[in-house]
Ligand binder design. Structure first.
Ligand SMILES: *[C@@H]1O[C@H](CO)[C@@H](O)[C@H](O)[C@H]1NC(C)=O
Ligand SMILES: *[C@@H]1O[C@H](CO)[C@@H](O)[C@H](O)[C@H]1NC(C)=O
Ligand SMILES: *[C@@H]1O[C@H](CO)[C@@H](O)[C@H](O)[C@H]1NC(C)=O
Ligand SMILES: *[C@@H]1O[C@H](CO)[C@@H](O)[C@H](O)[C@H]1NC(C)=O
Ligand SMILES: *[C@@H]1O[C@H](CO)[C@@H](O)[C@H](O)[C@H]1NC(C)=O
Ligand SMILES: *[C@@H]1O[C@H](CO)[C@@H](O)[C@H](O)[C@H]1NC(C)=O
Ligand SMILES: CC(=O)N[C@H]1CO[C@H](CO)[C@@H](O)[C@@H]1O
Length: 504
């Protein structure tokens, strides 16, 4: 009985594999070349005592206690075994095992989710901290931040709000961290809004208005372009073929200086170089709050950068004095602190390359301007180069004008005016002519005086100059733009000059 023997030999191994399985074990061993060893069976475990297969399988059948082995028609050895019913609830155990497995899988999944959320929360906690720091910085500073800054922060806060809502929906149970985060985020939203309204300087609103106005103006100009009477061609920028300043535009408020509202004293302007008249860095040099020391200044490549307070190069010098600063040919010229010296600073490396004493110049608040301290020595730039406006004891406080060699700072020529410097609020040079302003009231200045170094003539003018704040801290002229750059109690203003078209 070869087949029966095979069954017997194979059985222990099979039983071992089928622990707890009540289904019939079907073992087939091909004893011929027939490949198909699989037999179908409809045996219901433990339900029948008939251990042999049906008549179709009826060749050699041998009962060996609980199992039967036989060889089928195709010569395949087959045997089956019926395991007895026992009291052990194998089926239920198996079911339990499966359930436990599924449960543990689910648990793993949930656990990994929670881990993920915890990580996310810590990331957002960090972000929140960063934002808090930034908002704190903004709070401390009195600087008016631009729309852009607020927009960015708002977007970030909104993103975080979204995430918190999501987190709350998915993390069930203890959500104290999430709740706390939510409160903090809501706080921050309020803070940003408050800061925005605190932008009392309204520079943003003003700028928007200006933009709208400019657009309307342009449209208006375009629409009536054809009907406009022939106006004289505008003077070439940097040219002096005109009869001097006859009027000045209303001020364009550019912005609050980058150091903030507290920095009421200072100067700003744009570098002028005869070689590259249309280029030139924008510079802003607010004095420290003492109204005397010039320590930090800032440069921007474009007006747009300046407007957005971006891409700035900040520099420190120790120290300039007063707001008489001027910039010419990539050099900044300042009165050096506590001296009658003029220093020349290379803007590319912030080095004071030349320092030169201005002969006989009064300094340290001896003859500064009206309402503006520490500006005894006021540097100026026009089409012809570098000038300095000051007073001497010999001039009894009247304004003295000197043309300087901008390389060496040596005085080339000097003119003496009859105008007392401390009664002037500020002064600037255009085509070798000095123009001086004085206060009319809190809203208006007047360009009331001129001295022409070309002819030695001086005289009265009455050109009204509107201002935004009470005190004009400094005036700088840019020959190519033919604009004035005015520092008005911390605000940066621009004015367009109108010239007499008839040359003198
Ligand atoms: C076993 O099966 C055969 C064939 O179906 C049947 O004739 C016989 O009576 C069965 N024996 C038992 C004990 O049920
Ligand atoms: C917080 O800010 C620092 C520096 O500003 C930065 O390096 C860090 O990546 C920021 N962290 C987060 C979470 O944004
Ligand atoms: C939110 O703001 C309120 C009032 O300003 C303050 O009492 C509270 O502590 C703040 N909560 C957090 C989490 O910063
Ligand atoms: C001078 O300019 C102001 C402001 O632009 C203008 O209102 C005024 O009419 C001008 N005056 C003259 C004389 O052109
Ligand atoms: C100004 O500084 C730059 C950068 O160091 C340098 O290349 C340049 O030669 C300096 N200008 C003069 C006139 O020395
Ligand atoms: C300024 O000084 C330099 C150096 O001494 C000299 O080369 C230049 O000619 C001077 N410029 C004028 C306008 O005097
Ligand atoms: C039908 C038959 O032989 N049943 C036997 C199966 O094996 C158990 C345990 O070995 C016996 O108790 C049965 O009598």
């Amino acid at each position: 009985m070869t087949s029966g023997l095979l069954c017997l030999l194979a059985l222990p191994c099979l039983l071992g594999q089928a622990t707890g399985d009540l289904e019939p074990l079907i073992l087939s061993t091909p004893s011929s070349s027939f490949p198909d060893p699989v037999l179908s069976s409809s045996f219901i475990p433990g339900s029948s005592s008939n251990n042999s297969f049906g008549p179709s399988a009826g060749s050699v059948t041998q009962s060996l206690s609980n199992f039967t082995g036989f060889e089928d028609d195709h010569g395949t050895c087959q045997c089956s075994v019926i395991l007895p019913d026992t009291t052990f609830p194998v089926q239920r155990v198996e079911h339990l095992e499966v359930t436990a497995h599924i449960l543990s899988q689910k648990f793993e999944k949930e656990l990994s989710k929670v881990r993920e959320y915890v990580q996310l929360i810590s990331v957002y906690e960090k972000k929140l901290f960063n934002l808090t720091v930034r908002v704190e910085i903004m709070e401390k500073d009195t600087i008016s931040y631009t729309e852009l800054d607020f927009e960015l922060i708002k977007i970030e806060v909104k993103e975080m709000e979204k995430l918190i809502t999501q987190l709350k929906g998915s993390v069930v149970g203890s959500t104290t961290i999430v709740d706390q985060l939510e409160v903090e985020i809501r706080n921050m939203t309020l803070l940003v809004e408050k800061l925005e309204t605190l932008d009392k300087n309204n520079v943003l609103a003003i700028r928007r208005e200006i933009l709208a106005l400019k657009t309307r103006l342009k449209e208006c100009e375009a629409s009536k372009g054809e009907n406009v009477p022939v106006t004289p061609p505008p003077l070439a920028p940097g040219s002096c073929g005109h009869g001097g300043v006859v009027n000045i535009s209303k001020p364009a408020v550019v912005q609050l200086n980058w150091r903030g509202f507290a920095y009421k004293y200072g100067a700003w302007g744009r570098d002028y170089s005869p070689q590259h008249p249309e280029g030139g860095l924008y510079w802003v040099a607010p004095l420290n709050t003492d109204g005397r020391t010039l320590e930090y200044y800032r440069l921007h490549n474009t007006l747009d950068d300046l407007l957005l307070y971006i891409n700035a190069q900040d520099h420190r010098i120790t120290y300039g004095q007063g707001g008489g600063t001027a910039v010419y040919n990539n050099y900044m010229y300042v009165n050096w602190y506590n001296t009658g010296n003029i220093a020349k600073i290379n803007l590319s490396n912030n080095r004071a390359e030349v320092t030169q004493t201005l002969p006989n110049a009064a300094y340290n608040n001896r003859f500064s301007y009206a309402n503006v301290g520490w500006q005894d020595i006021d540097l100026a730039v026009d089409e012809n180069g570098l000038w300095v406006i000051y007073s001497t004891e010999a001039s009894t406080g009247n304004m003295v004008i000197s043309k300087l060699n901008d390389t060496t700072l040596v005085v080339l020529n000097t003119w003496y005016t009859k105008q007392y410097k401390p009664s002037v609020s500020n002064a600037f040079m255009v085509c070798g002519v000095l123009y001086a302003t004085h206060i009319v009231n809190t809203k208006e200045e007047e360009i009331f005086y001129y001295y022409d170094t070309n002819s030695g003539k001086e005289g009265r003018l009455d050109i009204t100059m509107h201002k935004m704040q009470e005190r004009v801290q400094s005036i700088n002229y840019h020959p190519f733009e033919q604009k004035l750059f005015v520092y008005n109690d911390g605000y940066l203003l621009n004015y367009d000059l109108t010239f007499n078209q008839e040359p003198k």
